[in-house]
Structure formats: C-alpha cells, structure tokens
Ligand binder design. Structure first.
Ligand code: PBG
Length: 323
C-alpha cells in the first residue's frame, strides 16, 4: 500500500493541520425567547437549558452571551393568549413586549446584532403564519401585515429582519416597505427553504404558538422536495434577500449544499428546537455524549455549506469551550 490515509490522522497536531471545517463564535446566532413580566426566567420543558426571559433578564442573558463572544441574537416572543387575534395586531402595537425588547437590547448593547422574526404565528389566534379565512391561509392579504411588522422591527432598531412565514412574495414586499421608509440598511434574512417539519414541536411549546387547527403544509415546504428549494432561493435572491436560510438543518443538509453550490448569497441554517431536544434528551439518558454529538452536528451543518448557524446550543458551546 502506497496510499495510507491514516497517516494524516496519526497525531492531534496533524489531524488539526488537515482539518477542513471550522466553527467560530462569529458563525453562531443564538435564538432567545421573551415573555411578559419581571424577573422571569422559565425553562422550556422540552428544551432543557433554554428559557423564556422577561426583558430585564433578557438583557442580563444578552450581556453574558456578549461576554462569551456571542454577538448575534434571534428574538422570539411568547404572547399572552388574550392579546392574540386574527391579524396579529399586537405585533405592531407601540410599547408591545417584542418591540420593547428589540429597543432595549439595542439601547444597552448597540454592537449586538439583533435579528427579528417576522411572522404572525406567536400573535395569531389561529396559530398560523398568515390570515386564516374559511380554513385557508390568505397569501397577499398577509403581506401587508408582514410589511408593517418588519417596519416596526426596523423602527425599534432591528439589524436584520427574518421573515419565517413562507408566504409568496414576502421578501420583495418587505424590502420595498423598508426601503420606502428609509431603512435601506436593514438586512433581510429569508427563511428560504423552510420545511413543514416535526422538529418545530419544542419551539411551539416555548411560545405556545402551535396551529389551533390544520397544519402548515400549504405554505411550508414538503420534506420530500429538494429542487423546489431552488425556486424559493431564486425568488428570494431576485426579491432582495441578504441571506438564504434552510430550516431545519440536520435532515436538510443536502438542501444547504444545493443552495451553497447554486447561489452567491451567504447561507444560514437553523438547527431547530427538535434537533436540540433530541441531543439533550439522549444526553440526559446517558445515551450519547452531549459535547461530541453537538459539535458533530454543528460541524456537519458547516461542512454542508452554512455560513451562519442559528442554534440553541450556541451559548453552551462557548461557555463550555467546546470550540
Ligand atoms: C414560525 C417559526 C417557527 C420556528 C421559527 N419561526 C415554527 C413554525 O413554523 O411553526 C421554529 C424554530 C424552532 O423549531 O427552533 N414563524
């Protein structure tokens, strides 16, 4: 045998020398859940180690992340059932929980990157990402709501708005609204290929945002489809997206790679709540090593081509020096 690949694995120094993929703190985005109240930090039961924070505690959490070198945050609100309605009106109310949280984080940490979720579901009495009429999700009527929501986020200080709804045409619509109002510098991270996935379960627990009826299959993508992601990516690119996101990540590494190979925009991947819960649950049972499994998953997502990874593991990775 002339060729022996094991020679390049024989010591840690050589293994590190030939390592092809890296993760740094700069690649990580940390999702954070917000809830009304004071001094609240309540754990999401299906996501051990992940909490819903009232705004005061949110600021403490952001500070501790910033000290670890974690500078990008994606915020999600848990809204009181009583404030929900058909049109998600709470989402644009001045002084609402979410708008206040965005403004407070930016006021205390101007250098933090605040990413906001543009979607109706946490505010919708139907638990859907669009206006529901006779059981149907209305596309074009929903765009105006999303545009107003994105504008409210920009006014509150968002650095990046991230529409996660999967309505057709929303990227272009939001881009136009932002530009017309002078927010040409606010970036748009589009949930480009967002699949109708079972892996969002724990997130819907965290926000109490599950659909009250039906499912999201008429707008989120069919897990069987890969090529369809090219159509979504083409549209988002034309409509002015700055990032293309694939979600979930782990079961869709081929889609990450496909978009990476075919588009020049940076690719983000969302390592979603169910993917987090799987690792936490098996680690708790002693069925796998949490550190090694987490890093292997994040590395796989990077290797597939994601530049940025949204992950609930982000803080633990830095806190426990797993990089
Ligand atoms: C909804 C939204 C969802 C997630 C992010 N934004 C859930 C859904 O589509 O029902 C899921 C994130 C996760 O599971 O971690 N706009």
């Amino acid at each position: 045998m002339v060729k022996r690949p094991r020679r390049n694995r024989k010591s840690a120094v050589i293994r590190n020398m030939v390592e092809e993929t890296y993760i740094t703190a700069s690649n990580l985005i940390f999702p954070l859940f917000i809830v009304e109240g004071n001094n609240i930090k309540s754990e999401v039961s299906s996501m051990p180690g992940i909490y819903r924070y009232s705004v005061d505690n949110l600021l403490r959490e952001v500070e501790s992340c910033m000290n670890l070198g974690l500078h990008a945050f994606d915020l999600f609100p848990n809204i009181n059932e009583a404030l929900k309605d058909k049109t998600a009106s709470e989402s644009i109310r001045e002084g609402s929980l979410y708008l206040q949280a965005i403004a407070e984080v930016k006021r205390h940490f101007p250098e933090a990157c605040v990413i906001t979720d543009v979607a109706m579901d946490p505010y919708s009495s139907d638990g859907h990402d669009g206006i529901v009429e006779n059981g149907e999700i209305l596309n074009d009527e929903t765009l105006e709501i999303l545009g107003n929501m994105a504008l409210a986020h920009a006014q509150a200080g968002a650095d990046i708005v991230a529409p996660s709804d999967m309505m057709d045409g929303r990227v272009g619509y939001i881009r136009r609204v932002l530009d017309e109002n002078g927010f040409t510098d606010v970036s748009l991270m589009s949930y480009t290929a967002k699949y109708a996935s079972a892996f969002y379960g724990p997130f819907r627990d965290a926000l109490n945002s599950a659909p009250k009826h039906g499912d999201k299959k008429t707008y989120q993508m069919n897990p069987a489809n890969q090529r369809e992601a090219l159509i979504e990516a083409e549209l988002d690119t034309q409509e002015g997206a700055d990032f293309l996101m694939v979600k979930p990540a782990l079961a869709y590494l081929d889609v990450i790679k496909l978009l990476k190979d075919n588009f020049d925009l940076p690719i983000a991947a969302y390592n979603v709540s169910g993917e987090y819960a799987m690792i936490k649950a098996s680690a708790r049972n002693g069925w796998l090593n949490e550190q090694r499994a987490t890093m292997e998953v994040l590395m796989g997502i990077r290797r597939a081509g994601a530049t940025a990874i949204l992950s609930y593991h982000a803080k633990a990775v830095l806190e426990q020096k797993w990089l």
